[in-house]
Design a protein around this ligand. Sequence first.
Ligand SMILES: Cc1cc2nc3c(=O)[nH]c(=O)nc-3n(C[C@H](O)[C@H](O)[C@H](O)COP(=O)(O)OP(=O)(O)OC[C@H]3O[C@@H](n4cnc5c(N)ncnc54)[C@H](O)[C@@H]3O)c2cc1C
Length: 391
Amino acid sequence: MPNRESAIAGAPQPLLVWSGEDEMFRSSVAAFARKEIAPRARAMDEAARLDPALLRQLFELGLMGIEIPEEHGGQGGTFTQALLAIEEIAKADPAVAVVVDVQNTLVNYALQRWGTDEQKRRWLARLAADTLGAFALSEAGAGSDAFALAARAFPADGGFRITGRKLWITNAAEAGLFLVFANLNPEAGHRGITCFLVERGAPGLQIGRKEDKLGIRASSTCELILDDVPVPAQGVLGQPGQGYKVAIETLNVGRIGIAAQMTGLAAAALQHALEYSKQRKQFGRPIAEFQAVRMDLARLATDLETARLLVYNAARRREAGLDFVKEAAMAKYWASEIAESAASRAIEIFGGAGFTRDYPVEKLFRDSKIGRIYEGTTNMQLLTIARQLLG
Ligand SMILES: Cc1cc2nc3c(=O)[nH]c(=O)nc-3n(C[C@H](O)[C@H](O)[C@H](O)COP(=O)(O)OP(=O)(O)OC[C@H]3O[C@@H](n4cnc5c(N)ncnc54)[C@H](O)[C@@H]3O)c2cc1C
């Protein structure tokens, strides 16, 4: 019987064919994930803590600054490569994948897209080298209705002061930089929302309660409390009042990353189910010889491939400069759907063993649930798809 150390990342080769460079990148991330992440996944899940040594390795390997240009200390890689990294890491541990995802597809992306030259000089090299970033939009009263946020910013002393509370902020326990959304002019509604760069240690900034979660437990999710936090005038990302655009456009990109995370999770579920079904014997034969089990594996593999095609099609459209909003929402909706069902079916293929913590599929099932919730719930993705269809 495979144990959790042997049955790890390294799902069947994708049907998609990458360029030689992308393939080399993918397989080197996969090797790292197998060797360094998978063996730590169980302990990090139980401790609900990211191993700081692993975080350092992620930085050293350049995985926290994949698209950051080389002149700023990054890898100068592509969006597709960022997704390949997220997918491969998710096969070993979806919790680590979201840490990498938030850094690359939300924080680094937003800085590169809207940062001034000075902001890029100040932050990109640090984000590539050793500083984790966090994206702080949600609040207790503003989840799906994100722009109902109550955090306020006030002009003061040639800059701004921010007061408010943010909830559910990924990476907050370890982050050195927070992209904080607050309203500078509530009378203008969402057109008052502004994105501020807030450094850890800023006076009045407190990292609040860390959530005790069902899944992706190694990734920190905390409340942020901002009490009259000063931000200099050059700490606005984009223009004052354009924060809603920063948030929407960033999340359009970010949700392809979540789709890649969920695709990796589904691939891991399939891989574990394949290995177990070849080794587990009942009625004198491996259960993989039973037609019903074979059909389940075939369905799982087909679902996985549909998600993967949606993810890399959305990425291809983005890289080609085509509209990708609908495709990103479809990828996120579908990948999180099939990830949950793949993990659930993998547990059933493992039988009773799958229901225990001795095997990795129960963790995948717990980790899968978040796919349908963060960066826009499944309902919100479906509404986006419908809006795009209806014009
Ligand atoms: C682990 C974790 C990490 C997170 N990380 C971050 C982060 O880094 N940064 C950040 O800013 N946020 C983060 N979030 C917040 C996350 O994006 C929100 O939880 C999510 O957007 C949903 O908001 P909500 O929890 O308030 O649910 P609600 O908005 O209250 O939704 C509850 C239910 O109502 C449904 N619903 C709501 N409105 C509609 C509608 N108009 N039509 C149909 N159905 C609707 C939803 O689909 C859902 O099923 C994180 C959350 C979690 C759990």
